[in-house]
Design a protein around this ligand. Structure first.
Ligand SMILES: Cc1ncc(COP(=O)(O)O)c(C=O)c1O
Length: 486
């Protein structure tokens, strides 16, 4: 009896062997139930003749499928389709986090808070680091789960020199950035909520929520996180996440009194404080304030990152905390090989040692100081933009409808400016968060023209809005201590 012909198309010269094409074709027919389990497939000779290929091709394809369990060979009785069950095709639910299509920047200049300016004059330093990586001896096996020892030692020196936080290498863990450091830490903490500044850093909120923990939104006032509001919450808080050097996105420096109050409250609750130190290197007026962690080494976990100083795509950061916490995190992540790639660690080590990071920070700081002056000059008559002490963005408080309208006008003219509402979950604060790091000078100048024209249309100059904050530009006397900055 003639065997049924299998509808498999073979393409010669496609770069895929005929054996693989035939095996793929038959596998597809079986998994789609185009051939039922128990059915006999054509003999090697018949299929070879039908497809115009050598018998050896069919034989090898059948052998492969028999080895994989799709076909069964019955001695002397031919080859049959195995009972493999039906493939359930999972549909991935469109999660609430999926970005709607109209939220993409679509060719506009995005003025976000996370894209740094990079001085092209320092490209040679970047290339030198990667040359060193390619020349390095390739290590045996996986790197140390806490990070390569030389980098941990170098980072201990770096945070003590630049952040007034003296620590030992065994108190440093190399991460793939601040958000990664937070996720790793949450992994070893007992169950409980994480309190976060509101408005605050969206990626931290997402990291906490994705870890399955509740987020407790805590308001921010002119001195930083409102500790009294935290104190009044009955929630079981395991950690408090703050940006004390430069509150994200309001730009406030946490006052000395508030630092002390926060540490007392965390101690009372038996909670950790997580210090997100994302851009303290870019303080323009005085040396960066010492890290909050310098006040209480046992209570505060300090998170730093190369995302602003070198590049966010490098995915390199550090966690500084008690040696026992570092060891617990390293053990946990080591079990799943979740450490930054060895070449990235080595490249960053080389950049630190060669002074490349310091050079990048120094030149970017100058550019940010100039740009921030430009933005303040252009916008200060429209609202309480203050005179920011640091960073690569400024926040202009505006009534919600005005902010929306200005944002829409800027969008139409090619600029995507985040709204303060985007960072706000319960605070009700509205305005614009104007990032100026990732733009060219020319783009920034055009952006300010577009922005001021839109604000003029809203006739805001007459009715400035207050941020209700007094900025604390002075170094905290309580924290005054000897440390040097790059
Ligand atoms: C508040 C804040 N924290 C942390 C980061 C950096 O995160 P990561 O080190 O994961 O890139 C950023 C970057 O934009 C930030 O704005």
């Amino acid at each position: 009896m003639a065997q049924p012909v299998l509808p498999v198309a073979l393409e010669r010269g496609s770069g895929i062997s005929l054996v693989a094409q035939l095996a793929n074709g038959v596998r597809g027919l079986v998994s789609a139930r185009a051939i039922e389990p128990g059915a006999r497939v054509p003999s090697i000779r018949a299929l070879g003749a039908d497809l115009g290929v050598a018998r050896a091709v069919v034989e090898q394809a059948y052998d492969q499928l028999i080895a994989e369990g799709w076909l069964i060979a019955r001695r002397g009785a031919g080859t049959y389709v195995a009972e493999v069950g039906r493939l359930q095709v999972a549909t991935v639910p469109a999660g609430r986090d999926a970005a709607p299509a109209d939220e993409t920047t679509a060719g506009r200049v995005r003025m976000d808070t996370g894209t740094p300016w990079m001085d092209p004059r320092h490209d040679a330093g970047w290339r030198r680091a990667w040359r060193e990586v390619s020349a390095a001896r390739i290590p045996r096996g996986y790197p140390d789960a806490a990070g390569i020892p030389e980098l941990r030692a170098e980072l201990a020196g770096y945070v003590s020199r630049t952040r007034g936080l003296s620590c030992r290498p065994d108190e440093v863990l190399v991460t793939s950035g601040i958000t990664h450091g937070l996720a790793l830490l949450l992994d070893v903490l007992d169950p409980g909520a994480v309190a976060i500044e509101d408005p605050g850093y969206r990626a931290a909120v997402a990291t906490v929520e994705q870890s399955g923990r509740p987020v407790l939104d805590v308001a921010v006032d002119s001195e930083g996180l409102d500790v009294a509001a935290l104190r009044s919450s009955p929630a079981a808080v395991r950690a408090v996440y703050v940006t004390p050097a430069h509150q994200h996105p309001l730009g406030i420096t946490m006052s000395a009194g508030r630092r002390i109050a926060l540490l007392s409250e965390a101690t009372r609750r038996g909670a950790l404080v997580v210090e997100d130190d994302y851009d303290s290197e870019f303080r323009y007026d005085v040396a960066p304030l010492p890290a909050l962690a310098a006040l209480d080494r046992d209570r505060v976990i300090h998170l730093g990152s190369a995302s602003k100083s070198v590049h966010p795509g490098l995915r390199l950061g550090w966690l500084v905390g008690p040696a026992a916490v570092v060891a617990a995190v390293a053990a946990r992540r080591g079990a799943r090989h979740d450490h930054p790639p060895w070449p990235v660690q080595l490249a960053f080590l080389s950049m630190l040692r060669a002074g490349h990071v310091d050079r990048l920070v120094r030149s970017a700081r100058r550019v940010y100081a100039d740009r921030s002056r430009l933005v303040v000059q252009a916008l200060s008559s429209y609202g309480d933009i203050g005179s920011p002490p640091a960073g690569m963005y400024l926040t202009l408080p505006l009534p919600g409808p005005v902010a929306d309208s200005v944002r829409a006008q800027c969008w139409q003219r090619g600029f995507d400016i985040p709204s303060l509402e985007f960072y706000s979950r319960t605070s009700g604060r509205t305005g614009l968060v104007i990032g100026f790091g990732g733009l060219t000078d020319e783009e920034l100048s055009r952006a300010l023209d577009v922005l001021t024209a839109a604000l003029d249309r809203e006739r805001l100059a007459v009715q400035p809005t207050q941020l209700d904050d007094v900025r604390d530009d002075e170094p905290d006397p309580l924290l005054a201590r000897a440390y040097s900055s790059p």
